[in-house]
Ligand binder design. Structure first.
Ligand SMILES: CC(C)(COP(=O)(O)OP(=O)(O)OC[C@H]1O[C@@H](n2cnc3c(N)ncnc32)[C@H](O)[C@@H]1OP(=O)(O)O)[C@@H](O)C(=O)NCCC(=O)NCCS
Length: 389
């Protein structure tokens, strides 16, 4: 006998199932459903307010779509949400054959199925449908009329999304503990001219036209020597503002007695190295992290320059450790560290190692450029935390 309040559930492969953009009411309903997984320390109403706050940011206000898998025979306004997710349209760069193009992509997030509906194939069906929809979704203005790739960050390992084409890419990080200002760590000299960066500094030093032009040029030159196409999510200021909107919302809720966090990164003008960060407040201090969203620096051209740069990076990391402590976070982390950054971490902690993630935040990319003569493989550069959604 079926209890009266349990709806009849279709099979995951039923021809009646459709994937559609949610109405505003259905979007709120899907946020309520996934709140048990992602509201963290917020109550449900505050979590919805946070999601609305993020939605209103420049990065997402025009490009966010909430998708729901429903039975197409049910009337709009009275449909059971079988599974849901969000997609965020993002600007990106594509380099191939000595040229760089501005392209558009989507990041996928909040893939969810309520516990009582799990194991019936709804998420699988949703992702199958989504992979096809995203090829052309909001791509009318693109020269090819199609997305050449889409990305997501899997928290459920490397296999599930790979079956729909989202292949795992490099997913490593380094971690340093939060430290109070007085605490010394190995090799930290304190001589470096590290300075705090505010939002406008991040814009000025990390998102300006020269930084983007240099990035394009590097990708263009590299693509002349390679058969493999290269993509990057455009590291524009909107990305940073979106991450900060998240931390500022949390800080307002959790630390209403103190001013919102205005220090958004650190830099060293002499060595010309800068980073932007955000504070990620989890349910406990142990899962609260200061994430470095992105690093900007010029490759050194001599061993002396390298030495200066590594010391400056170490000074910046030290500053990040202090900032993490200030806000009750347990660690400083940054993704896919280049060799120079690995050296800088070793200045502070000789035992620190690169961690290769197997389960959470697996950077994953689905490439369809081969259908457009761009080859079967693709390289993802700037695979840093700022791209996360
Ligand atoms: C992950 C989730 C969306 C799957 O929804 P679902 O409708 O039950 O999934 P399906 O029935 O279509 O597919 C089941 C498959 O999901 C995979 N899967 C589900 N949860 C998983 C987990 N925690 N780790 C790894 N794989 C998992 C399994 O491969 C399973 O395959 P199997 O049938 O061979 O065992 C759902 O469990 C959920 O909402 N979890 C909480 C939120 C979450 O973690 N979302 C993913 C964020 S990246």
């Amino acid at each position: 006998m079926i209890a009266a309040n349990v709806p009849h559930l279709p099979d995951g492969d039923s021809p009646d199932l459709i994937l559609v953009p949610a109405t505003p009411e259905e979007r709120i309903a899907s946020i309520k459903l996934n709140s048990i997984a992602w509201k963290g320390p917020l109550d449900v109403e505050t979590y919805i307010a946070r999601e609305d706050h993020l939605y209103s940011q420049r990065l997402t206000r025009d490009g966010l779509t909430c998708w729901i898998l429903v039975d197409g025979t049910e009337p709009e306004g009275d449909r059971t949400i079988l599974s849901s997710c969000e997609t965020y349209q993002k600007k990106a760069l594509l380099a191939h054959d000595g040229q760089v193009e501005d392209v558009s992509t989507h990041g996928i997030g909040s893939v969810y199925c309520r516990p009582e509906f799990r194991g019936k194939g709804y998420a699988k069906r949703m992702l199958e449908e989504l992979s096809r929809k995203l090829d052309t979704w909001k791509m009318e203005k693109q020269p090819r009329g199609r997305a050449l790739f889409t990305i997501l960050f899997s928290d459920i390992g490397k296999k599930f999304y790979a079956q729909f084409g989202w292949r795992p890419f490099s997913s490593s990080h380094m971690v340093l503990p939060a430290r109070a200002k007085g605490e010394l760590s190995n090799g930290a000299t304190g001589k470096c001219a590290t300075r705090d960066l505010y939002a406008e500094d991040v814009d000025k030093h990390m998102c300006n036209g020269t930084v983007i032009a240099n990035l394009c040029e590097e990708m263009r030159v590299a693509s002349k020597k390679s058969q493999t196409a290269t993509v990057a999510i455009l590291p524009d200021f909107d990305h940073f503002v979106w991450h900060w909107a998240r931390e500022e919302f949390f800080a307002q809720q959790l630390f209403s007695h103190r001013a919102p966090p205005t220090i958004k990164g650190a830099g060293n003008d002499d060595a010309r190295v800068y980073c932007a960060w955000n504070r990620n407040f989890g349910e406990t201090p142990e899962d609260s992290v200061l994430y470095i969203l992105r690093w900007v620096y010029d490759e050194p051209t001599s061993p002396e320059q390298e030495q200066v740069l590594v010391q400056a990076m170490a000074g910046i990391l030290r500053r990040a450790q202090h900032e993490a402590k200030e806000w009750g976070l347990s660690t400083v982390e940054f993704w896919n560290p280049e060799p120079l950054l690995q050296k800088a971490v070793k200045v502070l902690d000789p035992d620190a190692e690169v961690v290769h993630r197997e389960k959470s935040s697996i950077s994953s990319l689905r490439w369809t450029g081969d259908e457009h003569g761009l080859g079967q493989d693709v390289e993802w550069v700037l695979n840093e935390k700022y791209t996360w959604c």
